[in-house]
Design a protein around this ligand. Structure first.
Ligand code: ADP
Ligand code: MG
Length: 703
């Protein structure tokens, strides 16, 4: 929590049994951890949950009034059926077997909380033996609570706790500890907590104070939880915004080598010998990057460009500008296949332009001798450009004089990783940084997670490109499946190449099986290649190089080819079982074709049935090739955790309530306030952020 934390030990505040249960269920030992365990939702008197719409077997907590009691005497079994109405008009039946005492408390007109598993019988929602707590009615004094609700007794009077609450918090619970016990613990912690002074030096206008917010989020008053929620989200957003504003301010203080464009250098030579004119977008981008590089302040730029928009050549030209100034460049890529491909094509492009710049690849699976030689050449300055996977980040990699870092396909790397690579500059110099991604980033994420980067966008595809045709190939239509294979053969007869992408290596429908099937049965007269993540580095390289040279007609591959792979002669792709891939992934895969001047085709095979959500998802991808549109669709379907990526874990952990995709207004406001605060009192901003980092660290250590 930004600027404040209740550091009391749980064991000091709660009954020993309860403190222990919280520790074993969630690992919590301090009060702030329980206070940050926010309600998942609220059961509200007068509103209730729509029980008819609840999934079979869900555990639900709701408040209702007993309308009618039905007694069925089956001799051996006495059944009580309580017909309960919540005030929204929803109804359900609570059934108890052989439990006469219940009827004495849950009399007609009694108002109670019910908590239990919901089942449906003939359209009627039912709960069998739900736990209950009588709020008003004659039973209040006799037998006020049962089951998990009884646990609240630990905390004294149930009625003080629950009696006139309108919003009952429902907490993320576990088998070890129920929502009620968490509620009791929170209540006790708040009861014994003195008023919290405002942790920021101002009170955000129109929001509750922090003290109010933390109390009301757990026990909303009649105005409901929106106010406290907004305030706590604001604090979370401010934490992220301060971190980013500080990074920006920090960046301004670092010095980078000035790398101006040199007229008679490698940069110009390549520019003049390119086989194609740069698109307007590429020129603009290059202009910006080139300008940034010439300054003594480190560039921090994010280039987001549609798949196939030609980012690599822009990066290469920029790198040569740095090389012209005698500096080294590092390009970080997410896969070994991509590292090898970039190294190969950079070398080829440079050779074609008669350039003397040297390129080397560095990956984790390189043979030791080759790696040692590469490392030596890097540290001695023999190599100008290093393309590598995360192996590049390791401590053993030292540069002679690193001036410029390019990160390709940013979504696979986090802040920490790009910082690590950036720390390898010479002396006090911070290398310039260009981050590239083909996954468009929504503005809220851009502000929070990439808030320290200037953003440029490249939407245009190079001229002469024909749009990629997409088609669905449902497994249920054998004629279409057959047609898909014959389309592939036609392309190959016309001199083109094909990808067949499978979702797995082994087993039915895996690349091994598919490769055998195609080579032995469907295409015995063609050359069918195989590529997957379990091959050794050199094997992968050899296959990719062969495919790239045209030696392989059909490449059967897993998603190792998902990002960045560039073989312009490949014009058709068949994705098997597309429903198993996400939207962005399908779009990225499709981007492997349509990279030359030929008509291209992407066939999305699917086992999903028409009408299912997975079928719809695949159809949506087939219907448009606008990456920005698809990115929004994709984000709408994913959790922020995914959006942030695992490497952003520190961030994810400090954000519990904020929805990074939807809470734009509060994120924007926090960003404005953070910029002001960093400008006015940087030390204070640093202290605030250090607090949350400390918290994230403690949390990490405990887990
Ligand atoms: P991405 O932006 O997806 O990384 P690449 O940089 O791999 O795209 O470029 C895709 C293909 O387009 C490559 O084969 C590249 O040589 C080619 N290309 C790049 N710029 C142009 C251009 N201005 N005109 C024609 N082809 C281009
Ligand atoms: Mg690329």
């Amino acid at each position: 929590m930004l600027g404040w934390r209740d550091d009391r030990q749980l064991a000091e505040v709660l009954p020993a049994k309860e403190a222990k249960a919280l520790k074993s269920a969630f690992g919590y030992t301090r009060c702030w951890q329980v206070l940050e365990h926010y309600p998942r939702r609220y059961a509200r008197h007068g509103e209730g949950t729509d029980l008819a719409a609840v999934e079979e077997g869900d555990v639900v907590t709701t408040i209702g009034v007993v309308e009618r009691v039905e007694f069925i005497d089956k001799g051996k079994h006495k059944i009580f059926r309580f017909h309960v109405a919540d005030q929204s008009g929803g109804r359900f039946v609570a059934t108890y077997f052989n439990a006469g005492y219940v009827a004495r408390v849950l009399t007609q007109g009694a108002r109670a909380i019910f908590s239990g598993k919901v089942t449906h019988f003939r359209g009627q929602a039912q709960m069998q033996h739900p736990d209950y707590l009588v709020l008003t009615g004659p039973g209040k004094e006799k037998q006020p609570a049962t089951g998990s609700l009884k646990a609240l007794n630990e905390y004294g009077s149930l009625h003080e706790l629950l009696g006139d609450r309108e919003w009952i918090p429902v907490y993320p619970a576990s088998a070890k500890i129920s929502s009620w016990r968490i509620m009791g613990a929170v209540w006790e912690i708040l009861e014994t907590l003195p008023k919290i002074p405002e942790p920021l030096d101002y009170h955000p206008f129109g929001m509750p104070s922090f003290d109010q917010a933390i109390r009301l989020i757990h026990a909303p008053d009649e105005r409901g939880p929106d106010g406290p929620l907004l305030r706590l989200k604001y604090n979370e957003a401010l934490g992220l915004a301060l971190a980013m504003a500080l990074r920006r301010a920090d960046n301004l203080e670092h010095r980078a080598p000035e790398l101006p464009r040199i007229d008679a250098g490698l940069h110009t030579a390549l520019l003049e010998s390119l086989p194609f004119p740069l698109t307007e977008g590429q020129q603009q981008m290059l202009g910006q990057v080139s300008g940034d590089l010439s300054r003594a302040r480190p560039m921090s730029r994010l280039l987001q460009g549609e798949v196939g928009s030609g980012k690599t050549i822009v990066a290469l030209l920029a790198m040569l500008q740095a090389v012209d100034n005698g500096r080294q460049c590092a390009m970080l890529v997410p896969t070994e296949v991509l590292a090898a491909q970039h190294a190969r094509s950079l070398t080829r492009t440079l050779a074609a332009a008669g350039s003397s710049a040297t390129v080397v690849a560095l990956t984790g699976s390189m043979p030791t001798a080759a790696k040692r030689e590469a490392l030596l050449n890097i540290v001695s300055g023999q190599v100008d450009i290093v393309v590598g996977t995360h192996a590049l980040i390791q401590d053993t990699v030292e540069f002679f004089d690193l001036g410029f870092v390019v990160v390709d396909e940013q979504h696979r790397f986090g802040v920490e990783q790009r910082d690590q690579l950036r720390s390898k500059g010479r002396g006090d110099f911070t290398p310039h940084l260009l981050v590239m991604t083909a996954t468009p980033i929504p503005r809220t994420i851009a502000m929070t997670v990439f808030g320290d980067l200037a953003i440029s966008t490249l939407r245009e595809l190079p001229g002469g490109r024909k749009p990629i045709q997409s088609a669905l190939v449902p497994e249920a239509r054998p004629a279409w499946v057959a047609r898909a294979w014959s389309r592939i053969r036609e392309e190959i007869l016309a001199g083109r190449q094909a990808y067949v992408v499978c979702p797995r290596i082994e087993g039915e429908g895996g690349v091994l099986e598919m490769h055998e099937h195609l080579q032995n049965e469907l295409f015995p007269d063609l050359s069918v290649g195989l590529l997957h993540g379990r091959l050794r580095g050199e094997e992968k390289d050899a296959v990719m190089a062969d495919f790239s040279r045209g030696g392989i007609d059909v490449l059967v591959a897993t998603t190792v080819i998902e990002v960045g792979v560039d073989v312009p002669n490949a014009t058709v792709m068949l994705v098997r079982e597309s429903e198993l891939f996400g939207v962005s992934q399908l779009h990225q895969l499709r981007g492997r074709v349509g990279r030359g001047g030929h008509e291209s085709l992407c066939l999305f095979h699917t086992l999903a049935l028409p009408g299912s959500t997975s079928f719809d998802r695949v159809s949506a991808v087939a219907a448009t090739s606008d990456g920005f549109e698809l990115a929004n669709l994709d984000l709408a379907q994913r959790q922020e955790g995914d959006v942030l990526g695992t490497s952003q874990s520190g961030t994810a952990r400090t954000v519990k309530l904020l929805n990074l995709l939807e809470d734009y207004p509060v994120i924007e406001r926090a960003n404005e306030d953070a910029a002001l605060m960093v400008g006015r009192d940087r030390a204070r901003a640093e202290r605030l952020v250090a607090d949350i980092e400390e918290q994230a660290r403690q949390y990490l250590e405990k887990n």
